[in-house]
Design a protein around this ligand. Structure first.
Ligand SMILES: *Cc1c(COP(=O)(O)O)cnc(C)c1O
Length: 232
C-alpha cells in the first residue's frame, strides 16, 4: 500500500494538472487560480502532509473540527479558509483561526464577524456567498441581495470584502451557474475593484468554474479521497 504521503502527492499532482489544463483551455495563467484543500473530516496529519507538498491554503466547514485542527497546525504557514455556515455565536471562534470566511450570507453575521475581528485584532477577509439557484439549502443569498451585503462587509470595521463564493446547485448545469456567478462578481467589482476573489469549483466541477473566472477552487475529495459520513 502506498504511504498516505505518496497518495496525497499523486492526488495533488493530478488536481494541479486539471487546474493547469482548465486554465490553458480558458486562456488563463495557472497562477491565477489558488488551490484550496478542503480538509474537513480528515486529520491534522493530512494537513501537515499537504503543507509539506506545497499546499498553502486549506478550508474547513465546521467550527469545532476546524479550531482543533488549526490549533494542531499553528506552526505551519497556511492560509485558513472557512467555507461552512457560521452561527453568529461561533463568530469569535471562527475569527480566531480563519483568514478568509467564504460563507457570509446575512447582515447579522457581518456584525458578529466584525465585532470578533476587531476584538481579536485580526482582520478577516469575507466573501459573500451567492445562492445560484435562488433556493435555500446549500447556503448563500439571492443574487439581487448581494450588493447590499457587499456594502455591509466593505464598511464593517475589521473586515474586508474579498469577493464572492458559490456552490453549484445540485443537479443543475454548473457552467450556467458559474456564468451567473461571474456576472454577480463583475457587479461587485464595479463598486469594489479590490474584491476580485471568485471562490467556485469543487472536485466535480473545477473545470467549469475556472472557465468562468474562478480565482479559488475548493477541492476535497479529489485530493484527500472520499469522506466518511459524519455521525452526529
Ligand atoms: C466539502 C466542500 C467542498 C469540497 O467538495 P469536494 O466535492 O469534496 O471537492 C467545497 N466547498 C464547500 C463549501 C464544501 O463544503
Amino acid at each position: 500500500m502506498p504511504s498516505r504521503e505518496a497518495e496525497l502527492a499523486a492526488n495533488l499532482a493530478a488536481v494541479r494538472e486539471r487546474v493547469a489544463k482548465a486554465c490553458a483551455a480558458a486562456g488563463r495563467s495557472a497562477d491565477e487560480v489558488t488551490l484550496i484543500a478542503v480538509t474537513k473530516t480528515f486529520p491534522a496529519s493530512d494537513v501537515r502532509l499537504l503543507a509539506g507538498l506545497g499546499v498553502t491554503d486549506v478550508a474547513e466547514n465546521r467550527d469545532q473540527e476546524a479550531s482543533a485542527k488549526a490549533d494542531e497546525c499553528r506552526d505551519l504557514r497556511l492560509t485558513w479558509h472557512f467555507v461552512g455556515q457560521v452561527q453568529t455565536n461561533k463568530a469569535r471562534s471562527v475569527v480566531s483561526y480563519s483568514d478568509v470566511v467564504h460563507s457570509v450570507d446575512r447582515e447579522r453575521l457581518v456584525t458578529a464577524l466584525s465585532r470578533a475581528a476587531v476584538g481579536a485584532g485580526r482582520p478577516v477577509r469575507c466573501l459573500v456567498q451567492v445562492a445560484l439557484d435562488d433556493a435555500e439549502g446549500r447556503g448563500g443569498i439571492r443574487a439581487d441581495a448581494v450588493p447590499d451585503l457587499a456594502d455591509a462587509v466593505a464598511s464593517a470595521p475589521g473586515l474586508s470584502l474579498g469577493g464572492v463564493m458559490a456552490v453549484a446547485p445540485l443537479g443543475g448545469d454548473p457552467a450556467r451557474a458559474f456564468a451567473r456567478l461571474a456576472d454577480v462578481a463583475a457587479a461587485v467589482q464595479k463598486s469594489y475593484p479590490g474584491a476580485n476573489m471568485i471562490s467556485a469549483g469543487m472536485s466535480g466541477d473545477m473545470e467549469e468554474a475556472i472557465a468562468c473566472g474562478a480565482t479559488h477552487v475548493r477541492v476535497g475529495t479529489a485530493l484527500l479521497g472520499g469522506r466518511r459520513a459524519i455521525v452526529r
